[in-house]
Design a binder for this molecule. Structure first.
Ligand code: AKG
Length: 299
């Protein structure tokens, strides 16, 4: 059961009725790593509550939005840690520049390499953890009518092992209405079946295209669908949602189908998150992910 929502959830232009929603199962980061790994395999995800120190996550939120002060995206006079939207059009070129500066900064790298995180992952992955250099950080404004469509991550990272995992970190509180990640319950098996199908279809393509998330056999942007309600109905499943808090993190399997919903935060805050990929350094590494993320890298 999820709590009553302040507004109907929407993803792109599709409304998700409460009957298609369920609650993510939280896990306690203090549990034995072996037990957590079993949960991850069974569910396709782990929601680790309070994994990172809340104050450090909020400090990084402040750091991030402070860099955007001159773009017009923040409400005048507000604390950047709040990430309050100005309600006005920002200077988009400048905002893109600031975003790329953060992506390349030592502060962001250090945040993604929080010792608590890599030390946990060394154990979780059964060997030295490797962080892919291509790390994504996203903010969404309350006015945006678009959100990440349903997909599984292997589509974008097919050139190496399928034993990597994605870590999604909300940078700040992210209540359900703010449009955090939503997961299609039990869908990691379906992701695996879809990938087997794509592998067969892609076989006839030249090697580089075969790996691409954007080849002719894949959906728009590598997505399975933007229509989250139809996908849940088709698979007889539900979208699992959560009130994420600063300090929480999600770890999900490369086959787990997930998406995001529009940011409908009644307080008008920007949603901020990062999604990064870790794997065991001894497994094959997709060389295409060895550069910083850029808005046009088409990966
Ligand atoms: O944050 C988002 O909107 C998408 C993130 C995502 O797809 C991921 O973490 O794999």
């Amino acid at each position: 059961m999820i709590r009553p929502l302040q507004t109907a959830l929407e993803s792109n232009h599709y409304i998700l009725s409460p009957s298609l929603l369920g609650a993510l199962t939280p896990s306690h980061p203090g549990q034995a790593v072996g037990t957590l790994f079993e949960q991850y395999q069974a569910q396709g995800y782990l929601w680790l509550r309070g994994f990172l120190p809340r104050a450090e996550v909020i400090a990084f939120r402040r750091h991030f939005f402070s860099a955007f002060r001159d773009t017009g995206i923040l409400a005048a006079g507000s604390d950047p840690a709040e990430g309050l939207w100005s309600g006005q059009a920002e200077d988009r070129a400048l905002a893109a520049k600031r975003l790329m500066e953060v992506v390349r900064s030592a502060a962001y790298e250090a945040f993604c390499l929080h010792p608590r995180l890599w030390q946990f992952l060394d154990e979780f992955l059964g060997g030295p953890a490797y962080l892919h250099k291509r790390k994504i950080i996203r903010y969404t404004k309350p006015s945006e009518k678009s959100a990440t469509g349903a997909h599984y991550d292997l589509v974008y990272l097919r050139g190496g092992t399928d034993r990597f995992c994605t870590v999604w970190i909300p940078i700040g509180d992210c209540p359900i209405e703010m449009g955090g990640l939503v997961y299609l319950e039990g869908s990691h098996a379906r992701g695996q079946a879809l990938e087997t199908q794509f592998t067969q279809q892609n076989q006839a393509l030249p090697p580089e295209e075969r790996l691409s998330a954007f080849n002719k056999n894949m959906g728009e942007q590598g997505w399975i669908s933007k229509d989250l309600p139809a996908l849940a109905e088709k698979f007889g499943s539900r979208w699992l949602v959560a009130d994420y808090e600063a300090g929480d993190l999600m770890i999900h399997s490369p086959y787990m189908i997930h998406a995001a919903t529009n940011n409908l935060d009644p307080q008008g805050r920007l949603r901020l998150s990062t999604d990064i990929r870790y794997q065991n350094v001894r497994d094959e590494i997709d060389a295409r992910w060895s550069n910083h993320w850029s808005l046009e890298d088409m990966l």
